[in-house]
Design a protein around this ligand. Structure first.
Ligand SMILES: [Zn+2]
Length: 338
């Protein structure tokens, strides 16, 4: 699927964009805002294709979609169309040189497109100089050129840029739709697809990345280790902490898994149908009987605090050692008491 039908749970954005294509009336600048991985860039690409599709059916019927097959569609799909410009952050930011180069290209005539597009992904990463340079071109846009900016939140953009945009909000994708998508497109069973969907926070790209990184296996191992920690030697516990803290990505994954596990233990007695780790409901039922609510809340707070401290440059290894030992119930947990 290469059209708007590839988007999940974005009925309103699709309706607005389709209507704009059907009437041929759209603004100079769109802002697509919403969480990562919900289809903002796919929507921008589809819009670019639909504006320029050369497929006979699509021209004749004036459909607000694209064939995905014609020369123009194929070039846009492979990001090699000379009139569809993509800007992504270079490192953490979109830099002024990138925007200057874009402006230089837009000052020339389009090569072949009916509508030329400049798609600026993650526009919340525009540094101030780049933002101000972009603003100048938005104030006096070249002919037949549409800008599409994507960002997590509109409030992350310079107000002067925001005021130039027609804003379309994209939604997080439902757990059910992510689960169905994963089951259809990946070699994954329904139970695993469901838990990945629950942890992906409404983001399809996050869910897909989790599968590629063997997140399911990591989760099984981390939860199993957590539940057995109190029976293990201090050396084993420190080795576990060391393994988790060696890699930033792994550490973030571990924090998310820990949070979901202790959260489930805490909510089980009240809303057993609202578990994240639904496939482990038997283990959660058994585990929740062995630990008090105040201890669960303490552990959840310790995990949050450790994750925050590491983010603000605490020594990851030491912080993780302390956390693992505190979870195991050994050591001095007074330091965690408020
Ligand atoms: Zn086409």
């Amino acid at each position: 699927m290469t059209g708007f039908d590839a988007l999940l749970d974005q009925h309103r954005p699709v309706r607005l964009l389709t209507a704009a294509l059907e009437t041929g009336s759209f603004p100079n600048v769109y802002l697509f805002s919403g969480p990562e991985g919900v289809g903002k860039k796919t929507a921008a690409r589809t819009f670019a294709m639909a504006c320029n599709c050369q497929g006979e059916d699509y021209i004749r019927k004036k459909r607000a979609s694209a064939c995905g097959q014609c020369r123009s569609c194929r070039k846009i799909l492979s990001k090699s169309h000379p009139d569809v410009h993509w800007i992504f952050p270079s490192g953490s930011y979109i830099k002024v040189d990138q925007i200057r180069e874009l402006c230089r290209r837009l000052s020339l005539k389009p090569y072949e497109a009916k509508t030329r597009l400049a798609i600026i992904a993650e526009a919340h990463t525009l540094n101030p100089e780049a933002g101000n340079t972009l603003l100048k071109v938005l104030e006096d846009p070249p002919e037949k050129t549409l800008f599409i900016l994507t960002a997590r939140q509109a409030s992350d953009l310079l107000p002067t840029i925001l005021s130039r945009c027609r804003h379309i909000r994209f939604n997080p994708i439902s757990r059910e739709n992510i689960k169905n998508y994963l089951a259809a497109h990946h070699e994954i069973n329904a139970k695993d697809a469901d838990i990945v969907a629950a942890m992906a926070g409404g983001s399809l790209s996050c869910a897909t990345a989790m599968i590629e990184k063997n997140w399911i296996e990591d989760r099984h191992w981390i939860i199993k280790t957590l539940t057995e920690l109190h029976n293990q030697s201090i050396n084993y516990q420190l080795a576990f902490a060391e393994f988790l803290s060696k890699d930033k990505g792994r550490m973030e994954t571990a924090f998310d898994i820990m949070k979901s596990w202790y959260r489930d233990l805490a909510v089980y007695a009240y809303v057993p149908d609202q578990l994240i780790n639904k496939d482990l409901s038997d283990e959660i039922a058994a585990g929740s009987k062995q630990i008090s609510m105040s201890r669960l809340l303490d552990i959840s707070r310790m995990i949050e605090e450790t994750a925050r401290n590491i983010q603000t440059n605490a020594n990851a290894r030491l912080a993780m050692d302390n956390l693992v030992i505190a979870i195991s119930g050994k050591g001095n947990s007074k330091k965690w008491k408020k």
